[in-house]
Design a protein around this ligand. Sequence first.
Ligand SMILES: *[C@@H]1O[C@H](CO)[C@@H](O)[C@H](O)[C@H]1NC(C)=O
Length: 148
Amino acid sequence: MASSQLFIILAILAIVAPSVLATDYVVGDDKGWTTNFDYQAWARGKMFVVGDNLVFHYPEGVHNVLKVNGTGFQQCAGPASTAPLTSGHDVITLANPGRKWYICGAPNHCAAGGQKLAITVMPSSFAPSPSPLSAKYVASSPSPTPGC
Ligand SMILES: *[C@@H]1O[C@H](CO)[C@@H](O)[C@H](O)[C@H]1NC(C)=O
C-alpha cells in the first residue's frame, strides 16, 4: 500500500513539476486574442515569470500580435519596422523581466476595440511573497479606460 501511494505521488509530481517551472498563459483564456475583452483584468493577479509563455489564440488573418513599447501601447501604434506575428497560435516566451506591451496591429482593433495587453514579467528568481514591491507593480498597472 505504501509503495503504491509513493508511486501515485511521484506520478503527480511528474505531471505537475514541468508546469511549475514554466507556465503557458493563454491570453484571454477561452476568449483568446480578440477585440472588446478586458486584458488588463485578465492579467491582474497573474504572476508572469521569466521562462513563462504567452499564447495568443485567434483566427488567422483576423488579428495579429505586435510587441510595442509603452508609448506604442498608449497610442496603439507599432513600429513600422517590426513584422507582427500572424499564425493564429503565436507563442511568445517571456525571456526578460520588466514591463511588456502587446497590441493587435489590425486597423482600430487596439484603439477602438481595446485589443492590447500590458504585463510585468518577474525575474525567475523572484519568490512569490506579499511585499511592497509586488503591491507597487499591481498598483502601477494602467486601469482600463472606456473606449481606449
Ligand atoms: C517606442 O516605439 C516607437 C516606434 O513604435 C519609437 O518611435 C519610440 O522611439 C519608442 N519609444 C521608446 C521610449 O523607446
